[in-house]
Design a protein around this ligand. Sequence first.
Ligand SMILES: [Zn+2]
Ligand SMILES: [Zn+2]
Length: 397
Amino acid sequence: MATIEENSPLHEEMRVWRHWLHQHPELAFQEYSSSEYIVKILESLGYTPETGWATTGVVATLEGEEEGDHIALRADIDALPILEKNKLPYKSLNKGKMHACGHDGHTSMLLGAAAYLKQNRQFKGTVHFIFQPAEEGFGGARVMLEEGLFDRFPCKAVYGMHNWPSLPVGEFVVHQKEVMAATDAFSITVKGKGGHAAMPNETIDPVVISAQVINALQTIVSRNVSPLDSVVISVTQIHAGSATNIIPDDVALSGTLRYFDNKKSKQVKKRMKRIVKQVCKSMGAKGKLRFELGYPATINTPEKTADCILAAKAVAGDHAVHCDRPPSMGAEDFSYLLNACGGVYIWIGNGEGKGGCLLHNNHYDFNDDVLPLGASYWVALVKQLLPLSGTLDHDPC
Ligand SMILES: [Zn+2]
Ligand SMILES: [Zn+2]
């Protein structure tokens, strides 16, 4: 059962916070007013938050009734460069910016948990509430780590949560290991020889060669990678040419590579380089491939998942917690925090209906019905991980 009930005063408060954040979306490392708003709420709850982590990040700390382990709970606070198409009373006021990934909801749920736990400190240990900027592609988590997050707040484990459209409200997914993929960007240059489009025989046409390169790259996943492994190679951008009667000198391609296993990704990258170079060479052009490393894979610490499963079941019931769902090929910078100190990242259902459309869609909206469930999960997890001495069963029989 959820500790924080539906339509309780705290649910209403979380709804108000969520709508304010939704109305004031800010992009990576520019979440100044969001950060100020979070600080104002935390201070009103009796916290003394630390600000300025990775520019706009906030960390608040709560000690339980007894001393014990330290853990961290993290929410992301940034929005996306999307023009909102919703007709909501709390629609984005910042044109071209939108909370289309539900980080407004994540922030409000963590604030809700901070509010509840401040009044209910029956746990043995310390909780650090991390409000992290710049999850959407800019690695705010990495920057916080570089600034010494876990030196300042040493933790036994760190926990994260993301809403998941299509998963019904009231349901959770806890993965044993892989949750989200690693993501690297790549860019390719195909250098040919430009000329008149009516005399292609006198040119080395990089457009035609690029088409061969794109097709050949698709054979890596279908022919070189084991069918049991997960890899994605998507060419997502092609830039070339200036007129219909000119064959250009070169073509620029770029895209994304997704995977879970670093070792296997090295083989894939080698194969990509070979294909680009050799396909181009066979047609008289020069091909160059460059990678830009992105987020590592988000992989849960298997021995820490049991507590999360129990906490989610305490909120949602035994049948509403799934441990057998496939991971996503999306990516998450929570991976840096997991790599630094271990922990677990779970999904919470955002539902099919209202607010159920895809993440990063211009009609997306976080589902307010989820707020008490997510905040209750945080509370249940703290109670599960940091039980008071008296509540432990010392009887070996
Ligand atoms: Zn996102
Ligand atoms: Zn997100």
